[in-house]
Design a protein around this ligand. Structure first.
Ligand code: AMP
Length: 304
């Protein structure tokens, strides 16, 4: 099945206790596309960059089955730039710089060749831009997932709620779920949020794993305990790419398969954090991914 990916394609500068990078390629749609490319060979990217972007990365994505006719290049303008610094525990970070540049006026144009897309992953963007993507699709896709962040929940809650009414899967972290719902209990938050529209809710808890809610069904997968987390940037997007990539590959929306997709998303995220930026994500193959799935299996298995 095909997967439409919309989101930032960016330059990032990252500081962690282990080191510091100059500008490296990042962005939510970049991480999502790399992760999903291990599962689907028809990924359709919609994003915007400036003419300062590293087009070798675009070629690399294309070589992995990512179609880029929906990647707009704005001549004479700069790509989105984000800089962040992680604290010693790696669980929290400070945003040092956000330069919207081309993203400030992003008009997501969907090429005609993308119209028949089955699965859609809307990376973190202004909610009205995410909504515009859905309004511009002639046919309702089979499954639409969306990621958002605290900034949009607090600054444009009504626009976000209108967008949530149009989607199937919301992927947010625990703090955001509490903020969006006003409920402290994540079980109550899940009910409140499902009533806003998304039938499925994924709550990411960083190193503490991820929860999936659907009606009365609930599932939890741990994160793989790692000896060293080098750079958590993009882990959430990589999770989303693995999750949606696996669903698009298997084309099965049963709750059992959604559970498997959560484990595949977690496995991809566990690789992402092992190196700076997208580096580790570009070096995987099916065997390496299946090794990590096996590690998750033994981590989660108990004879009772
Ligand atoms: P994550 O660590 O999963 O939150 O994703 C980090 C990625 O999101 C980085 O590569 C950034 O370029 C990108 N990013 C950060 N802030 C924004 C924003 N306001 N809008 C879109 N993308 C962003």
């Amino acid at each position: 099945m095909s997967l439409l990916v919309v989101g930032s394609v960016a330059y990032d500068a990252i500081e962690t206790p282990f080191g510091k990078t100059d500008k490296i390629v990042g962005g939510a749609a970049t991480y999502i596309s790399y992760a999903a490319s291990y599962f689907v060979d028809d990924i359709r990217l919609v994003a915007v960059v400036g003419d300062d972007f590293d087009f070798e990365v675009v070629k690399d994505l294309e070589s992995r089955g990512v179609r880029t006719s929906g990647l707009q290049v704005k001549q004479g303008e700069k790509s989105f730039f984000w800089s962040g610094r992680y604290h010693n525990n790696m669980n929290s970070r400070d945003t040092l710089i956000t330069e919207l540049n081309v993203l400030g006026s992003f008009d997501p144009i969907i090429p005609d060749a993308y119209q028949d897309t089955d699965y859609v992953m809307l990376g973190n963007l202004q909610p009205l831009v995410q909504q515009q993507v859905l309004n511009r699709l002639n046919k309702r896709p089979k499954l639409v997932a969306l990621d958002t962040m605290n900034f949009w929940i607090s600054s444009v809650p009504e626009q976000l709620k209108a967008t949530l009414a149009m989607i199937d899967v919301l992927m947010i972290n625990d703090e955001e779920a509490r903020q969006l719902s006003g409920d402290y209990s994540l079980v109550k938050a899940a009910k409140t949020i499902q009533a806003m529209g998304p039938k499925y809710l994924v709550i990411k808890k960083g190193e503490h794993g991820a929860l999936l809610f659907h009606g009365e069904n609930m599932f939890f997968a741990p994160a793989l305990p790692l000896a060293q987390v080098f750079d958590p940037t993009g882990a959430g997007d990589t999770f989303a790419g693995g999750f949606m990539g696996y669903l698009a590959k298997t084309n099965d929306l049963s709750f059992e398969n959604m559970k498997r997709a959560i484990v595949y998303g977690s496995a991809m995220a566990s690789y992402c954090v092992e190196r700076f930026g997208t580096e580790r994500l570009t070096q995987l193959d099916e065997g390496v991914i299946e090794n990590r799935i096996a590690a998750f299996k033994s981590l989660m298995h108990v004879a009772l």
